[in-house]
Design a protein around this ligand. Structure first.
Ligand code: ZN
Length: 359
């Protein structure tokens, strides 16, 4: 049924050997074991996490490792026992892989699975011409068919949008809300777009970097606030009749953003600490009485479940969350270092690697 393939050729990859040591190097073409897929990577997004991993490594990453976790591609090989997929199918692949069996997964909380593994951390990722999709991904429905009218580069935005969707579910963003997003990077832009799709009545985007705000103006928040020249708390109160916002989302690795977020939320408001802080400096100073007297809900958000990826791809495909205009930079694999630098300098919105540009 699955005849033995000829000897594998070498494929190009971008593999991290140590913090700061990302190498373009050939590796043997991956092979589909039982239950696996192999895809030709058509697009792999670059994100702030890649910047952190490149410089500092990550507690969960085993090196050397091919990086890249926002993956879209075309199936070129189907492992034994896989019936749902065929060679030629275009697919989006989840990044965070829950085991589906632990205490948290059985409670329905796959984002905090006790044995979470990730593409690009535990398994070689999408900064490569080809990538193996482990059986474990298929076992939790972590592969999604890309509709014909959606490009692979757009589909590569599914994973970050899935994380944003998880965050807005936890913060209960809904119709009529006044939503403040702090941080105008790619995640902040997706938060603005998703808040709109969920019926927010007012959306405010804040950043301390004017050029980044300018770039993000294309997502058309009702108000852009330059926090480097304007007091963002006073501005938000002013824009909300003195009450504050229903929801404040911090999409920046910034202590002041987290500290100020509490003061921007109205009574019974929700604050989402979406962006994490550097692991060596995560302590913030906040007035906890704001939470107490205003009955605020403060929620975290980390990653996404397979269901969020499925729904995020549907949001992109239906046009409810357009992403084509967020794809500011599309680079070939041999320019992956440049791509990560563009992300680091905040000069683009979504920066995507296309390892097979012709595909
Ligand atoms: Zn689990």
């Amino acid at each position: 049924m699955h005849p033995k393939k000829p000897r594998r050729r070498a494929i190009q990859t971008a593999r991290l050997h140590a913090p700061g040591d990302l190498r373009l190097e050939p590796l043997p073409e991956p092979q589909a074991g039982a239950g696996d897929l192999v895809i030709r990577v058509l697009a792999c997004g670059t994100c702030g996490t890649d910047v952190k991993i490149l410089h500092y490594g990550h507690a969960n990453i085993t090196l050397p490792r091919v990086m890249g976790h926002e993956v879209a591609g075309e199936i070129i090989e189907v492992g034994a026992g896989v019936d749902a997929w065929s060679v030629g199918d275009r697919v989006q692949v989840i990044a965070a892989i829950p085991d589906g069996e632990c205490f948290q997964c059985r409670r329905g909380f796959q984002t905090v699975c006790e044995h979470l593994e990730s593409i690009g951390y535990h398994y070689d990722g999408g900064f490569a011409e080809f990538m193996r999709v482990p059986a474990k991904v298929l076992a939790v429905d972590g592969v999604n068919r890309i509709p014909e009218h959606v490009t692979a580069a757009e589909a590569a935005v599914t994973e970050p949008l899935a994380c944003v969707l998880n965050g807005q579910e936890l913060a209960d963003v809904h119709e009529g809300d006044a939503v403040v997003v702090v941080g105008a990077g790619p995640i902040g832009c997706l938060h603005v777009r998703l808040a709109r799709a969920r019926g927010a009545a007012q959306v405010v985007l804040i950043d301390v970097n004017p050029s980044r705000l300018e770039l993000a103006s294309r997502v058309q928040p009702d108000t852009l606030i330059d926090g480097s020249t304007t007091d963002p708390i006073a501005a938000v109160l002013d824009l909300t009749g003195g009450r504050g916002a229903d929801v404040v989302i911090t999409a920046a690795a910034s202590k002041p953003a987290q500290e100020q977020a509490l003061a921007m939320a109205m009574p019974r408001g929700r604050v989402s600490l979406f962006g994490g802080l550097p692991k060596d400096d995560p302590i913030i100073h906040s007035d906890s009485n704001l939470i107490h007297y205003r009955e605020l809900a403060v929620v975290g958000a980390y990653g996404s479940a397979p269901r969020h990826n499925r729904e995020a791809l549907e949001l992109i495909a239906s046009g409810q969350v357009p992403v084509a205009d967020l794809l500011t930079n599309r680079l070939p694999l041999d320019r992956v270092a440049d791509a990560i630098q563009i992300v680091e300098r905040g000069e683009g919105i979504k920066v995507v690697i296309e390892p097979n540009p012709a595909g």
